[in-house]
Design a binder for this molecule. Sequence first.
Ligand code: AP5
Length: 220
Amino acid sequence: MRVVFLGPPGSGKGTQAKLLASRLGVPAISTGEILRAAVLERKPLGLQAKAIMDTGELVSDDLMVALIQERTQDADARGGFILDGFPRTLAQAQALDSMLAELGRGISSVPVFELDLEQLLERVGGRRVCREAEHVYHLVSAPPKTPGICDIDGSELYQRDDDTEPVIRARYQKQWVEAAKPVVDHYDAAGLVVFIDAGGTREQVSAEIDALLARLGDDS
Ligand code: AP5
């Protein structure tokens, strides 16, 4: 199963990618998470990406394609993967198609998360992530047991630098409204897009994705 999650920032792609990954036993690959880890480790990739991410712009296609090419070849991704945050441009989508075609593989499904801007701002405004492993919380809908501390690994929770309202608005406009449409159209033309109502609870959204993948299994 090779699934691509598309959707605006804060629509719950990362949350659902991790839940689905554990159900399917495949890795959830988040390009945002890989970039933030590179920033923390002060790797050249991170140093290049940080200033771009902080303004809500997209990191270059060349860098992102190389990063995904490497990560999808890891042993844990051979049986499938869930991509969260890639592809974000038509060039990235075409590069992914070529990469998979060389291996005689393709994308199984492209769920597209739909949520309006006001709800996105509320979700992102309340998001906190842990320093150790990016476990995701929300101050209202998924608070940690002890304020400011990750339930799972005890590390400190913090607010991402790009989770301020002006940057979220910029990410929404530039990355979703402007850059993502050709990507959605590309997969729609291949009959892979399914729109998901991301406004429900985590459980409702998971159930919707499970039902979609079950239908895929029935059709194959
Ligand atoms: P990235 O980290 O991918 O950011 P994003 O796509 O904007 O997505 P987010 O992580 O903001 O949100 P999400 O949809 O995963 O929501 P989450 O599950 O956390 O990318 C960051 C940056 O890196 C980009 O801006 C760009 O600069 C760069 N980049 C990355 N990939 C790139 C690429 N391919 N090309 C170029 N540049 C790239 O949920 C949000 C909150 O809501 C959480 O608090 C969560 O607990 C809560 N929540 C989740 N589901 C629900 C629910 N059902 N009900 C209530 N609350 C919920």
